[in-house]
Each structure stands twice: as C-alpha cells, then as structure tokens.
Design a protein around this ligand. Structure first.
Ligand code: MRU
Length: 351
C-alpha cells in the first residue's frame, strides 16, 4: 500500500485526511487529544477499527500532556486526568464499538499499573497503543485468509459497500482485506463498489484505495445493486461492521441492510468481515445498538452543493442493522462463524 492511514511517531499522531480524498492526499499531525477527538467526529479518520486505534493514540497524547504538568505528581493524579480524555474521546461517535473497546483497553493499562509513577504508566500506555495498532493489521490479514477461503474458483466478482479497507483500519482492511487476500491467492478479482450515500465513502475511498492498489474496481450508485445482481453474476457481497450484537445482528453503514435483502433475493452470499473487537457481547441483539444520526447538511448538500429545498426535513442515520438471518457468515481473525451466531461467536471470543 502506498499510503498509511494512521502513523504514530512516538511524538505525534499522523492521519491521512479522509475528508480530502480522493482529490488530495494530505496528512495531518496531531499532538493534542482534543483535536484527535474532533478528527474522529468530523471523519478525518473513520471506519470502526481505525477509530479505535486512533483513540488509543489519542489517550497516549493525553498522557504525554499530563506528564508535562507539574501538578500531576502521583499515578493517581495521572489516572484522574486521563478520565477526562477517555470521556472526550468516547463522546465522538456512538456506533463503532471499537472506540469503547480501545478506551477500555487503555483504561485497563492504567488500572493494572496503579501505584507506579506517571512516567511508567505513560510507557505502558504507549506500548499498549502500538500493540493495538499491530494487532489490528494482524487481525485483518488473518480475516483476509479466512475470507478468501470462502470464495470458490479462480475468478470472482465481489460487491462491497462503504469503505472497510486499509483506510478504515490500521492497514489492509476487513472486507477489502478479504479482497486483497483473494488477489494475493492468485484469483482474478472484480470488485463493484457502492458509492455509499450520503458521504460517498465507496466512491471517494474504496474506489481510490482499490484503484491505487491496481485492483479492478467498478463504481455503482447504491440504487444499482439490484439491477447488477439480476444481470451479472455476483459471487459474494462482503462488507465490514461497526458493531455486531451477540446474536450476529450487524450494524454497518446505512444501506447495508437493503443490500442484504437484495443479496438474499438473488441467492448471493452476504459476508460480514470484522475483528472480534467489533463484537459487543453485552448486547443480545441488534435492536440495542446505538445508531448515530448526523447533520442534515450531509443529505441536503451532496459534495457541499445545495441539492434540496432550504429548510427541508431530513432523516440521516449513519448506520443500519442487518439481521443475522441475512448473513451467510461472519469472518473474524479467529475463524468463520456461521449461524446460529450466538454459540459460534461465543466460541471465538477471546477469554
Ligand atoms: O461512517 P463511517 O465511514 O465511519 O462508517 C464506516 C463503516 O460503516 C464501515 O463499513 C465499518 O466501520 C467497517 S470498517 C472496517
């Protein structure tokens, strides 16, 4: 890959600005965790795993700031200061559970090192953030291998929605990781990418990412998926997820649920690729997954240009929930889960 989504230098965090792609490939430096929180909220960085990894580095930046404060003398002062950063980062986007998973993991490091000096706790946090980053890439590669095993034959055509690629993770991608692994396995892969209204992650990000990597990709509008499945052979739909309930119901970018219905109607297997950090075992089903609602302007002003009457009422949920019954398999880094998902996901759970 010619780009890096997230880079930690030891001093600062560098993010590719996803709001500027594909027109500009710009990188932004962050040294203040509050600005990292704004970057997550405004989608400079987006995609569930990428949000989690970024939040982990945001915590490290907060810890660095506290370390420089004279008033912070004990591990207790340090831990209390970090709670403000945890809350700020957690208040950015509600649906991607990886955000809360990463914050919980960083808080766990603080708790495990209670009683040590701030400098020692800082070191442990920094080490943990690098582990979170490395584990994400390793998980994506493992998912890729498991997912490629589900796609039969030497040639395949895959439809995907939103961007579940290197841009949505520390690298390689979840759904696009499956596609990359198919390519690496020597398959001839054709990808159809939904443009993904309203923010066009498919057109701006997936099309750019695959095109940059030389993977054959054709862009379609979201409302073309039905005609495509009727007229052309689609071997599989592969998407990512922002939060999967214990029963396998999966929240992903708005438009994923209707895509699952079209796939079911046409007998096309619908796969969800997501790391175990995306599974929320505390939620028994998808009805309790919090769905982010975003600003009306994203719908009324596509590309920043007015495209609807001023003052029009808008509903803009960023995600929908695909029922487990529409999902042929959930691909994780520990293996492929099939229905009934309750038992299958529990068996894969990291103890
Ligand atoms: O609003 P976004 O762009 O953060 O939504 C991203 C998605 O819906 C992705 O499909 C999901 O996070 C999986 S990313 C590996």
């Amino acid at each position: 890959m010619s780009f890096r989504t997230i880079e930690w230098t030891g001093e600062k965090l560098i993010l590719i600005d996803q709001t500027k792609l594909p027109v500009e490939e710009t990188y932004v430096d962050y040294t203040d965790y509050r600005e990292v929180a704004v970057a997550i909220k405004t989608m400079v960085v987006r995609g569930a795993p990428a949000i989690g990894v970024t939040a982990a580095f945001g915590v490290v930046l907060a810890a660095k700031e506290l370390l420089a404060l004279k008033a912070v003398k004990t591990g207790g002062d340090f831990a209390a200061g970090l709670e403000v950063a945890f809350a700020t980062l957690a208040a950015t986007r509600p649906t991607a559970v990886n955000l809360f998973w990463a914050i919980k993991r960083m808080r766990g490091v603080v708790e495990a090192n209670e009683g040590l000096t701030p400098a020692k706790i800082y070191k442990a946090l920094e080490r943990q953030s690098r582990i979170v980053y490395d584990e994400d890439i390793a998980a994506n590669r493992a998912m890729g291998r498991f997912g490629a095993g589900l796609i039969a034959g030497d040639e395949c055509t895959i439809l995907t929605h939103c961007n579940a690629g290197a841009l949505a993770t520390a690298g390689y991608g979840t759904a696009l990781g499956v596609i990359r692994a198919c390519v690496e396995a020597g398959k001839k892969v054709t990808v159809f990418a939904d443009e993904t209204r309203p923010l066009l992650q498919g057109a701006r990000l997936t099309a750019w990412e695959l095109h940059t990597d030389g993977i054959d990709v054709t862009l379609i509008c979201d409302n073309m998926a039905g005609a495509l499945m009727r007229q052309r052979k689609i071997d599989a739909v592969v998407v990512g997820a922002d939060r999967i309930a214990a029963n396998g119901d999966a929240a992903n970018k708005i438009g994923t649920y209707p895509l699952s219905l079209v796939a079911r109607e046409h007998g096309v297997p619908f796969y969800v690729a997501a790391p175990l950090s995306t599974i929320d075992f505390e939620l028994s089903d998808g009805s309790a997954i919090p769905i982010e609602e975003r600003d009306a302007v994203e719908v009324t002003h596509p590309g920043g240009v007015a495209g609807a009457p001023e003052g029009i009422k808008v509903w803009n949920p960023a995600f929908d929930v695909t029922p487990a019954g529409n999902i042929a398999a959930i691909i994780t880094e520990r293996g492929v889960a099939r229905a009934p998902y309750g038992a299958a996901l529990a068996a894969l759970r990291v103890k």
